[in-house]
Write a protein that binds this ligand. Structure first.
Ligand SMILES: Nc1ncnc2c1ncn2[C@@H]1O[C@H](COP(=O)(O)OP(=O)(O)OP(=O)(O)O)[C@@H](O)[C@H]1O
Length: 275
C-alpha cells in the first residue's frame, strides 16, 4: 500500500512533464561523450539560429553541475520567477525561452551538490513544473556522457525528435562518439547526426584550413555509424571574445566563420525534422 502511494506521485509527475513539453513540436537533445567539446555553445547557438529564422524556441540546460547556457546567452543577473501555474522560463535573446537550475540559485557560482537520483528528479520536476510555452523547438543541453540526466530525458520525453552528437577532432573521438551513438540507438531515439566542433581554423582572408586539434574525422565517423555529418564548426577566437563581452556570439559576430556554419547546421536540422 505504501509502495503504491510512492509510485503514484512519480507517475503523476512524469505525466505532467509529458503533457507540458507535449506542446512543443520538436524536441532535440544535444549530447557528447566527453566534456569541453562545445556542446553547450552549439546548443545555445542552434537555439538562436532557429529563433533567427522565426521559430519559437525553448532551451533546457540539463547540465546541472556545469550549467553554462545562461552565461553563453548573456543572461547575467536574471532569475526564474513562478506563478500559481508553474515556473516561468527566462526570456533570452530573440525570445528564446531559457530554463536552467543556475537561474534558480541564490548565487550562480554556488555548486550544486546532488547525487544521481536527485538530479534525475530535478530534471523531471523542471520538465513538469515549468510553464513551457507552445513552440516549435525544445533544445536540451545535456552534461557530457550518458549518465542520469540523459537517461531521465529519454525516459521522460518519449517523442524526442532526435539527438545531435557533438564531438571535436582528436578527442578520442571514435570511442567517445560510439558510446554516445549506442546510447541514442539503444534508447530508440532518432540519431540526427554528428557535429564536429573546433574542426579547423582559417586565418582571416584565407581559405586554408588548419587542423589545430588534430585530423578532422567527422565525415569518417558519420559514414561508419551510417549517419550524417551535420556540420563542421571552425575554431573561432571571436567565440571567446563574445563570451567576455557578455553577448551571444551569433548576435555579436553574425558574419563570423562559426556563425555561418551554425546557421547551416540549423538549416540541416530543419530539413531533417520537417522531412
Ligand atoms: N568553435 C569554437 N571555437 C572557439 N571556442 C569554442 C568553440 N566552441 C566552443 N568554444 C569554447 O570552448 C569552451 C567549452 O565550450 P562549452 O562549455 O560549450 O563545452 P561543453 O562541451 O558544453 O563543456 P562541458 O559540458 O564539459 O561543460 C567555451 O569557452 C566555449 O566558448
Amino acid at each position: 500500500m505504501s509502495g503504491t502511494r510512492q509510485i503514484q506521485p512519480v507517475f503523476a509527475l512524469l505525466n505532467k512533464a509529458r503533457d507540458r513539453v507535449g506542446k512543443i513540436k520538436h524536441k532535440i537533445m544535444v549530447l557528447s561523450g566527453k566534456g569541453g567539446v562545445g556542446k553547450s555553445f552549439i546548443s545555445s547557438m542552434l537555439a538562436l539560429a532557429l529563433a533567427e529564422k522565426g521559430y519559437k524556441v525553448s532551451i533546457l540546460d540539463a547540465d546541472i553541475h556545469g550549467s553554462s547556457i545562461p552565461t553563453i546567452l548573456g543572461l547575467h543577473g536574471m532569475r526564474h520567477f513562478a506563478d500559481e501555474e508553474g515556473i516561468l522560463p527566462v526570456e533570452g535573446p530573440l525570445g528564446v525561452q531559457v530554463v536552467a537550475i543556475n537561474l534558480m540559485l541564490d548565487s550562480p557560482d554556488a555548486p550544486v551538490v546532488w547525487r544521481g537520483p536527485l538530479k534525475s528528479r530535478a530534471i523531471t520536476e523542471l520538465l513538469a513544473k515549468v510553464k513551457w510555452p507552445e513552440g516549435d523547438f525544445l533544445v536540451i543541453d545535456l552534461p557530457p556522457g550518458t549518465g542520469d540526466e540523459a537517461i531521465t530525458v529519454v525516459q521522460t520525453i518519449r517523442d524526442l525528435s532526435g539527438a545531435v552528437i557533438v564531438t571535436a577532432p582528436n578527442m578520442l573521438s571514435e570511442l567517445i562518439v560510439s558510446k554516445a551513438i549506442n546510447f541514442v540507438v539503444k534508447n530508440n531515439v532518432k540519431l540526427l547526426g554528428i557535429v564536429e566542433n573546433m574542426s579547423y581554423f582559417k586565418c582571416p582572408g584565407s581559405d586554408v584550413e588548419y587542423n589545430l586539434l588534430g585530423r578532422s574525422t567527422g565525415e569518417e565517423l558519420a559514414k561508419k555509424y551510417q549517419t550524417k555529418l551535420l556540420a563542421r564548426i571552425p575554431l573561432d577566437p571571436l567565440i571567446g571574445r563574445a563570451l567576455e563581452e557578455g553577448v551571444p556570439y551569433l548576435l555579436a559576430y553574425p558574419e563570423g566563420e562559426a556563425a555561418k556554419a551554425i546557421r547551416s547546421l540549423a538549416e540541416e536540422i530543419l530539413r531533417i525534422v520537417q522531412s
